[in-house]
Design a protein around this ligand. Structure first.
Ligand SMILES: Cc1cc2nc3c(=O)[nH]c(=O)nc-3n(C[C@H](O)[C@H](O)[C@H](O)COP(=O)(O)O)c2cc1C
Length: 229
């Protein structure tokens, strides 16, 4: 099971088959998944398309509803955990797509986001089809080790992550959105950064370390944490 190689072929899946899915491998994977911060409690439910509210024009047979207690970086942690699942599902022929434009039917303040999933025969694409910022735009100097983060999915493809080299590794930042953008995508940016960090983790599983240090924001970006890969 090579999750890292999925990064270079995956895409957000919006075309699903109606096949039933055995949820056991998914649940098993999630019971062993690496969290970014083990002190943040999160949980999930598996729902069907009729059990969620959707504003998307497409539907998947199943939706993960992702919840977390509210703490610093709870959105980042959720992105980190469930992007690992997304890459794993891809190895099982199960496509997925994060869904900001949807919600659960009841009002749970711990709700973070939905992830659509289901069997699909439209799971992959060529690397040339990825639309992404250049490596030079996502770091203080271009660095091939950041390629897995460069290719990460994000809400409306905003790619709000930024990396600054340090002596040991990198400081990770997220774009400070302007007022308009904050309204539309601000709440998904933490999830986006967690997704990019998940790509760096599965590509460097033996060396990856993340820690929140006492560091300042830089112009245009908020500090999220520090990373070794
Ligand atoms: C937090 C988040 C929320 C998203 N919400 C939606 C959504 O509501 N509807 C949708 O069709 N795609 C959604 N996407 C998928 C993005 O549009 C997609 O990841 C991005 O355009 C890059 O394309 P790719 O995932 O195929 O590489 C979301 C992605 C993320 C990470």
């Amino acid at each position: 099971m090579d999750l890292a190689s999925q990064i270079y072929v995956r895409k957000s899946c919006r075309k699903y088959l109606d096949d039933e899915i055995d949820m056991k491998p998914i649940k098993e994977f999630l019971s062993n998944v690496k969290p970014l911060n083990p002190e943040i409690k999160y949980y999930y439910e598996i729902l069907t398309k009729d059990e969620v509210n959707l504003k998307t024009r497409w539907k998947a047979p199943y939706y993960l509803a992702i919840y977390s207690e509210k703490k610093d970086n709870s959105g980042v942690n959720a992105g980190f955990v469930f992007q690992q699942l997304s890459l794993y599902m891809q190895t099982l022929g199960i496509g997925s797509c994060w869904v900001g434009m949807g919600s659960i039917k009841d009002n749970n303040p711990e709700f973070i986001i939905l992830m659509a999933f289901g069997k699909s025969d439209d799971l992959t694409r060529d690397i040339s089809k990825f639309k992404r910022k250049d490596l030079s735009e996502i770091a203080d100097s271009p660095d091939d080790k950041l390629k897995p983060a460069q290719l990460a999915p994000s809400a409306v493809n905003s790619q709000p992550w930024y990396f600054k080299h340090t002596d040991e590794g990198y400081d990770v930042f997220k774009v400070k959105p302007n007022v308009l953008k904050r309204k539309i995508i601000g709440k998904w940016m933490d999830v986006d950064v967690g997704i990019a960090l998940a790509h760096l983790y599965v590509s460097n599983p033996d060396t990856f370390e993340f820690e929140v240090k006492n560091k300042n924001d830089i112009k245009g970006y908020s500090y999220i944490g520090s990373l070794i890969i």
